[in-house]
Design a protein around this ligand. Sequence first.
Ligand code: PXP
Length: 242
Amino acid sequence: MRYIRLGVNVDHVATVREARKTYEPDPVAAAVLAELGGADGITVHLRMDRRHIKERDLKLLKEIVKTRLNLEMAVTDEMLKIALTVKPHQVTLVPEREGEITTEGGLDVNSNVEKVTEIIDVLKREDIEVSIFVDPDPVQIKASKVAGADAIEIHTGIYAEARTHKDKEAELNRIFEAANLAKNIGLKVHAGHGLNYKNIIPLLKAPGLEEVNIGHSIIARAIFVGIERAVREMKEVINAYS
Ligand code: PXP
């Protein structure tokens, strides 16, 4: 058995708060409870439109998170400045499109190697680990290595949404091949998007997998059973099948 870290994304807690533009529920309180439930890290996406997580959340999270704080952010100078002020343990570079419901697909590193390299250089000089959210595509994985990333987070959204067994298997194979390539060229392997208590099971055998980042399914379950228990149950699945 190997140890796979669980990063809990608490963005959805902030989404509920913003539904009323008030102070509750607080994603910072959610992070404390997620850690009590066994989370190995807390993940947040500070979006350019600040539709859920705000700078206030990020600053407080940096103070109170005892595990690892993973900041998902777009490749922009504004976000870089914030990351350098807050200094999370890890940054995950993600694409961002105005009006999207959630992150759609991985970052096109290959077409933006210069800019991505520049941002990674600055972050790494401050000892911030850098992961890049990419599709399970060899071209993007090799470009991530060239740009100097420490890790890639493989986008598992297509796998999660596949409707037939055949499509699921095909996408899982693509993910495993991508993970194998990343591992062989010296990149750490993370995965995330659309993972739940069931579809995560086969994914846990991906070569070199060290971290999964999960938001929606855990927060959805937390509404009924509480965050601590929802996180603990996901940890139990991960520990049982990895
Ligand atoms: N990883 C990345 C890079 C993401 O953008 C998201 C969604 O914010 C997640 C993981 C978590 O996805 P989900 O909420 O579907 O579990």
